[in-house]
Design a binder for this molecule. Sequence first.
Ligand code: NAP
Length: 303
Amino acid sequence: MHDLIIIGAGPAGLTAALYAGRSRMNTLIIEKMSCGGRILMSESIENYPGFPGGVSTSELISRMEGQVRELGVEIKSDEVLDLDCGKKAVTAAGGTYAAKTIIVASGARPRKLDVPGEKELTGRGVSYCATCDAPFFKGKKVVLVGGGNAVAEEALYISRFASSVSVVHRRQELRASAILQEKMRKEEKISFILNSRLTGIEGEKSVKGVKIKDALTGKENILPCDGVFIYIGYEPETAFLKGKVGMDEAGFIITDDSMATSAEGVFACGDCRKKSLYQVINACGDGAVAADSAYKFTANRSV
Ligand code: NAP
């Protein structure tokens, strides 16, 4: 029996563990992959305070991980399948675990475009992770889909390798921050295909091109390319909690200001919860609040 189980070891879960460890809670983190979560899909982060010029995401995460391990927090590699909110019992692929209180920090995964060829060619030219796959596209033509901060950061990163980077976005305006848009427009390898949708990915053994439909004229063209990177937002990793805590229609967990969910003693933080801004900085903030609330819950103090 642990005092606290944290599900997920991204920035939210690791910060919750840091605060819980410092409160001397006997804490277990369960993470199905390696520490970091979706932040590791980006190479570096430029808007985390204290790092002018940016910091590599792997360095930031390894520092966070080291800090919690120093406090004696155990990190177990296992996939959570179910949570009994009443008993605070976690069923995972490798066993069951129990605690006095639970923090869900399970994060989010990339949303799929759901177009012909996407599934078949994933790993064969279709990717959701520039950090993992950009070096395979040295001197090649790539297409990116999306209009947010992720597509902007990744287009800039991939332009270090690829010969050309075309960004396809369904509207005229990108929603990426102004500073990222300025940087993209300065990079001569990056071009924009706006008011357009990617409607299919061509190729048998590997990507050979994409179908692009102009939203204004309805005309469809084939653009030859070697790779497609998709950045159209994220979906919460909360299927194991469906029907057990309050969620919105997309599956993001609803919490109050103390990160409490609708189930007593179960807290949620980071990208898996419904909020207005999804950044590393406020994922960490969420984690600190969730740990404080979890500590007060176990100490029978009001949250
Ligand atoms: P996002 O900000 O939600 O943007 C998703 C983009 O994909 C939007 O431009 C959207 O178009 C487009 N889109 C959504 N569904 C689509 C579909 N079915 N077909 C075509 N286009 C579609 O997502 P994100 O850029 O992946 O970032 C996710 C979150 O992480 C955001 O909150 C973002 O701010 C944060 N993030 C922050 C940083 C940073 O600050 N350094 C870096 C990366 C990510 P519309 O614009 O038309 O809706």
